[in-house]
Design a protein around this ligand. Structure first.
Ligand SMILES: [Zn+2]
Ligand SMILES: [Zn+2]
Length: 104
């Protein structure tokens, strides 16, 4: 499991509610963390699935890791995979794909 910048963020990202399976339905859910893109978003409860990407933690003020969204698409393209057409490998559904990249 990903370790976030602070205890408050850990709690918010991992909030589980027994009344709502989908965090977008749950008024207690504030943060949506996308592991595959490493993106943090504030959930907007407008009945849809909108969220605002945030760069800083609202609780500790720490700068959050940079989004890997562009890299995610680049890496799939490098492997000849079209995410809209082809089946996306399981490691690309969460942060595991990042571990397979050359580390610098
Ligand atoms: Zn924090
Ligand atoms: Zn709930």
């Amino acid at each position: 499991m990903t370790n976030h910048c602070c205890e408050a963020m850990n709690r918010r990202v991992n909030v589980r509610c027994d009344q709502h399976d989908d965090p977008f339905d749950c008024p207690d859910a504030l943060i949506k963390f996308s592991a595959k893109f490493r993106e943090y978003g504030l959930i907007i409860h407008d009945g849809g699935t909108s969220s605002i990407t945030i760069d800083f933690c609202p609780w500790c003020g720490h700068r959050l890791p940079e989004s890997r969204r562009d890299q995610w698409f680049d890496e799939l393209e490098r492997r000849g995979i079209d995410p809209w057409e082809d089946e996306v490998p399981a490691e690309f559904e969460d942060e595991r794909w990042l571990a397979s990249l050359p580390q610098d």
